[in-house]
Design a protein around this ligand. Structure first.
Ligand code: NAP
Length: 301
C-alpha cells in the first residue's frame, strides 16, 4: 500500500494549489486525478482574470500549476478513486484503480461537471453538434451558425470565444437578464455577430439524423444551427463522498472557511465545495487554505 501524508483527490486548480502548498511545507503529497491535471482549466481558452497573469491560455496555466506542484515534490498520478474510508484519526484509506493509498489527511478537490439541459435530442446528438466545451468543439463550426444556451459566466465567455470562429452565435437564456458578470455582458454586446434571445428555453435539439440542424424554443420559434453549446451550470463531482462528509442539497461539500468538512482530517477545496464564487483564483486560494488546515490537523495528531 502506498503511504502519503496528504492525499489530494482531483488535480484542477484547487488540488494542484493544495499539492504545491502542502509539498512546499514539507509533507509527502500524492495528488490523483482520473483525467489530465488541470480540471476545467483545460476547457477554457483564455483566462484574463487570474491575478498577475493578464492573459494566458487555460492549458498553459494548468501545465504551470502541475509543474510547480511537482517541483515542490508532490506526486501527481493518473488514477481514479473508487472508495475512501477513515480508519481512525490521521488514518485514511483510499481505494484507487492502481491500489490502496494510506494518508494522514485528505483534501477533496474533485471539481464539478457540466449540467445537461435534459431536452429531447440532447443526449443522442452529443458529438454531432451538441457540445459542453467551446474550446474543444468550437473550431469544428468555423463559419457556421451556433446556439449557446445559458446566462452565466461560462455561457457568455464561451459565446464571445465562439463568435470569433462561427458566422453567428445566438445566446438563448431562460430569464430576461444574464447572471454573468457585467464586464462579460458588456463584451458580449459589443460582438456584432452575437444576438440574444431572452426569456425563452430550448425545448428540443433538432437533427437530420446525422447532425444537429437547429433548436426549438418554447416560444414556438425554431433556430437554424449547426451546433448547440450547452452552458447551464455545474454539478459537483461529489457522489463518492456522500455519507463520508456532509453535502448540501445540491451535492456540494459543506465546508467552513478553513475548508474543513464534517469529518475531521478531510478538507474540500474549489468548485466541489459550497462557495459563493467559483473562479480559478478562488479555487487556488481554497487549495492553499486546505493545505494549511491539513498541516495543522497532522501537526496536532
Ligand atoms: P452558473 O453561474 O450556475 O450559470 C448557469 C446558467 O445556466 C444560469 O444563467 C442559469 O439560469 C442557466 N440554467 C441553469 N439551468 C438551466 C436549465 N435547465 N435550462 C436553461 N438554463 C439553465 O454556471 P456557469 O456559468 O457554468 O458558472 C459556474 C461557475 O464558474 C460560476 O461561479 C462562475 O462565476 C464561474 N466562471 C467564471 C468565469 C470567469 O470569471 N471568467 C468563467 C466561467 C465560469 P438562471 O440565471 O436563470 O439561473
Amino acid at each position: 500500500m502506498d503511504k502519503t501524508d496528504i492525499l489530494v483527490i482531483g488535480a484542477g486548480p484547487a488540488g494542484l494549489s493544495a499539492a504545491s502548498y502542502a509539498a512546499r511545507a514539507g509533507y509527502s503529497v500524492t495528488a490523483i486525478d482520473q483525467l489530465s491535471p488541470g480540471g476545467q482549466l483545460l476547457l477554457i481558452d483564455e483566462i484574463e482574470n487570474y491575478p498577475g497573469l493578464p492573459l494566458t491560455k487555460g492549458y498553459k496555466l494548468a501545465e504551470d500549476m502541475e509543474n510547480q506542484a511537482v517541483l515542490f515534490g508532490a506526486k501527481v498520478e493518473y488514477t481514479a478513486l473508487s472508495a475512501i474510508r477513515k480508519e481512525g484519526e490521521g488514518r485514511f484509506i483510499a481505494l484507487t484503480d492502481s491500489g490502496e493509498i494510506e494518508a494522514k489527511a485528505v483534501i477533496i478537490a474533485t471539481g464539478a461537471d457540466h449540467r445537461h439541459l435534459g431536452v429531447k435530442g440532447e443526449e443522442e446528438n452529443q458529438g454531432k453538434g451538441v457540445s459542453y466545451c467551446a474550446t474543444c468543439d468550437g473550431p469544428f463550426f468555423k463559419g457556421k451558425d451556433v446556439v449557446v444556451v445559458g446566462g452565466g459566466d461560462t455561457a457568455l465567455t464561451d459565446a464571445i470565444y465562439l463568435s470569433k470562429i462561427a458566422k453567428s452565435v445566438t445566446v438563448v437564456h431562460r430569464r430576461n437578464e444574464f447572471r454573468a458578470q457585467k464586464a462579460l455582458q458588456d463584451r458580449l454586446s459589443s460582438c456584432a455577430n452575437i444576438r440574444t434571445k431572452l426569456s425563452c428555453n430550448v425545448i428540443e435539439i433538432l437533427s437530420d439524423g446525422k447532425k444537429v440542424v437547429g433548436a426549438k424554443l418554447d416560444t414556438g420559434e425554431t433556430l437554424d444551427a449547426d451546433a448547440v453549446f450547452v452552458f447551464v451550470g455545474i454539478v459537483p463531482n461529489s457522489s463518492l463522498f456522500s455519507g463520508f462528509v456532509d453535502l448540501d442539497k445540491n451535492g456540494f461539500i459543506i465546508t467552513n472557511g478553513r475548508m474543513e468538512t464534517s469529518l475531521e482530517g478531510v478538507f474540500a477545496a474549489g468548485d466541489v465545495r459550497t462557495t459563493p464564487f467559483r473562479q480559478v483564483a478562488t479555487a487556488a486560494a481554497d487549495g492553499a487554505i486546505a493545505a494549511h488546515s491539513a498541516d495543522e490537523y497532522i501537526s496536532n495528531l
